[in-house]
Design a protein around this ligand. Structure first.
Ligand SMILES: N[C@@H](CCC(=O)N[C@@H](CS)C(=O)NCC(=O)O)C(=O)O
Length: 219
């Protein structure tokens, strides 16, 4: 569907990756504006970007057809897409299933991902002088705590995806976190439900077209 949407993101950002999946699942066209998180001290800290998003984080979605509104925070963006546009739904209709989806997605987005965000790892290295190996231990500790809980939480879906046969909001959060885990060579073999979910989602176009390496700003 043609929509006047622009996503400010970075190819390897997990949070931007979530939104790319959501946009693809909804079948929405969008333009991308890359914000390089490392070059020039991080373009997310530039005056021009801070004016768009004072949080100095990607992603940011701009909806020109709605007066150019700017929406920060990947989960707020996913919910906005869900409520503003028709097309495949991202969230289940049943209130309990919806709450179960949000509980797992929020665990990833609020409790796990922030602890390994670039600025947190930079602070651990630059200010607290922790070696890269120690920072990786930090990351893997919080990652495994989170993934273990999600693995157990997935039991309520009884081998289905969050929308039965279809992926949605939950998978848009989980797949980028698994991508990130693999990047840090985390052992995922103890998470069979997560691995099964990944093997069902990753071949789908909405996911394969959102992969970091195929984004226009990927090196
Ligand atoms: N809770 C935010 C997290 C956004 C976030 O952490 N973005 C990262 C990339 S994944 C970022 O922009 N980091 C820049 C930095 O740490 O300076 C969301 O879900 O959108």
């Amino acid at each position: 569907m043609k929509a006047d949407l622009t996503l400010y993101g970075y190819w390897r950002s997990s949070a931007a990756y979530r939104v790319r999946i959501g946009l693809n699942l909804k079948g929405l066209d969008y333009a991308q504006v890359p914000v390089h998180l490392l070059q020039e001290g991080g373009q997310q800290h530039s005056d021009s970007y801070r004016q768009l998003n004072p949080q100095e984080l990607v992603p940011l979605l701009v909806d020109e057809a709605n007066g150019g509104v700017r929406i920060a925070q990947s989960l707020a963006i996913l919910e906005y897409l869900e409520e503003r546009f028709d097309g495949p739904t991202l969230l289940p209709q049943d209130p309990l299933r919806r709450a179960q989806v949000r509980a797992l997605a929020l665990h990833i987005a609020c409790d796990v991902h922030p602890l390994s965000n670039l600025r947190v790892l930079q602070y651990l290295g630059d200010e607290l002088c922790l070696a890269e190996s120690v920072r990786n231990r930090w990351y893997l500790h919080w990652l495994h705590r989170g993934l273990s809980a999600v693995e157990e939480g997935l039991a309520v879906f009884k081998d289905e995806l969050s929308l039965g046969e279809q992926p949605g909001y939950l998978e848009a959060c989980l797949i980028p976190q698994l991508y990130n885990a693999r990047r840090y060579q985390a052992d995922l073999s103890t998470y069979p439900r997560l691995l099964a979910l990944a093997s069902r989602c990753e071949p789908l176009a909405a996911f394969s077209q959102a992969v970091p390496e195929v984004q226009p700003d990927a090196p």
